[in-house]
Design a protein around this ligand. Structure first.
Ligand code: PMP
Length: 432
């Protein structure tokens, strides 16, 4: 049984000692003290079905024994800063990671987070091409440091500090975008930005394969219009740029059809960045690129104390094994397809649901008060989310207007879990 401080005490301490920028979900915030597989437990022992997975970080399931054991085993052996001595844990994981990627994506740089991975990727693109201009997508989230805040394209996440050299292209959003599902038409904006806003030569393009991200806004599980990435990559490469795929949320088998999100658009990026699900919750990130692009970092010293430390890479390697052993990609496809089908049926029943989208276990449900005008149903979304929590189901929230449910559960989510989630949502909607 839990014998820690009360929820009220935690809230008070958080207010006094932690960042004033912190926010939490739910009117009465949850105190999560334990997790097992697709479930989390609060201090009273109440179980919740976790359909958010710590923002898609929990790939294999909470406290997965194989991941936990790998971390403990490594900690008992040695844990230190990374690369000044040899340690096979790190190179073994790099080799295994590379084996999941296509083409010439063969060199790994480890970091501690997605922000760091994207910062490094953007710097490499700039060094490799000798250009500064980068194109990113409106509505994207790539991180909160200098370059990545510039690449992030939502005012909610942009502080008023210098963010130079990034041009934000029209988002190929099939639901709200002006060209519907015609990816090639959207890609013309990348061409225009380059021709009108730069010298005609760029460092590159950065984009999430499925826009996911955060609480107050950003993303909202937007699948890029079909054909977008091949057309955009082609335009960027003709302008001398390299293409970066941000797989922080869409990687590691989450989309079900593929291991990496970009594969659903049939492209091969020049640089791939990853974090979150790579370590099942352990802080780890990575940049994978070609030997040629990787070579730019030998021009100077590049060092990251904890990036790719033995403990975190042991976790990462265990994650890859578990995904394979437990067939989690296949499960994401099977359960995700079923869940999407059932959510789409719910859309036929309730006018409030404007759109159901996504792939595998990366799904979004957008709520609108008027289907024609697509008026964001912001307060209704919050209310529903709270009601579902009361009935034991946790989902995430996102979208520029905060009116999208983000469903990114641990990949061990089952068919009965999917049915339970939809039944609970159905009940909450019927009471609106
Ligand atoms: N890219 C994407 C797509 C993300 O969702 C996030 C985090 N929400 C990041 C980058 C940044 O990762 P981190 O928070 O680990 O720095």
């Amino acid at each position: 049984p839990y014998d820690g401080p009360s929820t009220a005490e935690i809230i008070a301490k958080r207010r006094e000692f932690l960042s004033p920028a912190l926010f939490h979900f739910y009117n009465t915030p949850l105190n999560i003290v334990e997790g097992q597989k697709q479930y989390v437990f609060d201090e009273t022992g109440r179980r919740y079905l976790d359909a958010f997975g710590g923002i898609a970080t929990v790939s294999c399931g909470h406290s997965h024994p194989e991941v936990v054991e790998s971390v403990i085993k490594q900690l008992k052996l040695i844990q230190h800063s990374t690369t000044l001595y040899l340690n096979h844990t790190i190179s073994d994981f790099a080799e295994a990671l590379v084996s999941t990627l296509p083409g010439d994506l063969k060199v790994v740089f480890f970091t501690n987070s997605g922000t760091e991975a994207n910062e490094l990727a953007m710097m490499m693109a700039r060094l490799y091409t000798g250009c500064n201009d980068v194109v990113s997508l409106r509505n994207s989230y790539h991180g909160n440091a200098a370059a990545t805040m510039g690449a992030t394209a939502q005012s909610n996440w942009k502080f008023n500090v210098v963010q130079s050299g990034v041009h934000h292209a029209i988002n190929p959003d099939p639901y709200r975008g002006i060209f519907g599902s015609d990816g090639e038409k959207y890609a013309r904006d990348v061409h225009d930005l380059i021709q009108f806003g730069t010298s005609g030569q760029v460092a590159g393009f950065i984009g999430e394969s499925i826009q996911a991200s955060y609480f107050l806004g950003v993303g909202g599980i937007v699948e890029l219009a079909p054909g977008y990435l091949p057309a955009a990559y082609d335009i960027v490469r003709r302008a001398g740029g390299v293409c970066i795929a941000d797989e922080v949320q869409s990687g590691f088998a989450r989309t079900g059809t593929h291991f990496w999100g970009f594969q659903s658009q049939d492209v091969i990026p020049d640089i791939v960045t990853m974090a979150k699900g790579i370590g099942n919750g352990i802080p780890l990130g990575a940049v994978v690129t070609t030997p040629e692009i990787a070579g730019v970092l030998s021009r100077r010293c590049y060092f990251n104390t904890f990036g790719g430390n033995p403990m975190c890479t042991a976790a990462g390697h265990a994650v890859l094994r578990v995904i394979q052993e437990e067939k989690l990609q296949e499960n994401a496809f099977l359960v995700g397809s079923h869940l999407k089908r059932r959510l789409t049926q719910l859309k036929d029943k309730y006018e409030l649901i404007g759109d159901v989208r996504g792939r595998g276990l990366m799904l979004g449900v957008e709520f609108v008060t008027d289907r024609d005008l697509k008026t964001p149903a912001k307060s209704e979304t919050l209310h529903l989310m709270d009601q579902m929590k009361e009935m034991g189901v946790l989902v995430g929230k996102g979208g520029f207007y905060g009116n999208v449910f983000r469903i990114t559960p641990p990949l061990c989510f089952t068919l009965p879990d999917a049915d339970f989630l939809v039944d609970v949502m159905d009940h909450a909607l019927s009471k609106m």
